[in-house]
Design a protein around this ligand. Sequence first.
Ligand code: 5RP
Length: 225
Amino acid sequence: MTTMTQDELKTLVGRAALDYVPQGAIVGVGTGSTVDKFIDALGEALKSDPGRISGAVSSSVRSTERLTALGIKVQPSESVTSLGVYIDGADEIDHAGFMIKGGGAALTREKIVADLAEKFVCIADESKLVLVLGKFPLPVEVIPMAAAQVIRGFEKLGGQAKVREGVTTDNGNVIVDVSGLNIESPARFEADINQWPGVVTVGVFARNKASVCLLGTPEGVKTLA
Ligand code: 5RP
């Protein structure tokens, strides 16, 4: 079996995601090291085909900077009513396409842009595939004054929660990371936690789950749909 580094697996799926981008489309772009590979692949494609996409809607300052550096026009999400496709990574994904996201603290804008899209294509290396969500500490974006209250709420559910040090989101909030959860019913969990006062976004993506997952493996890209 060929051995491939995690970085090479990310490059593989970043390139494979191009097949899901219609010619001339405005593409929704997520955030993270795997998405960076997708942005690089877009940049390469544009060299030989300047009309390959007409622009992007980005989910973070980080991705906007990378897209802009490659000459890709970034439009505000308010300027579009829908997107054909949104490409993003995940911290965990299960076999039904439910995900934990927010390792890069961009979950709120990611959910907003994902919600505009007809199709969510998740790109991830095979280490992200799990049977049950929750091993990766769940990121939750919280308004700062509610952080201690939200932490106590998760402790009542049996989790251990703490504010991520040194991180302020693009929206000026904090991230609470929660470990020790076993998220058996992602849709119900997402709906419940989103009701808590001060919670801006919970990092479970169930309403906006992946339509397709391109999983990087040493044997090539596996497609989970
Ligand atoms: C950022 C995210 C990322 O998609 C997630 O953290 C995966 O990142 P990477 O591709 O670097 O592993 O949700 O908020």
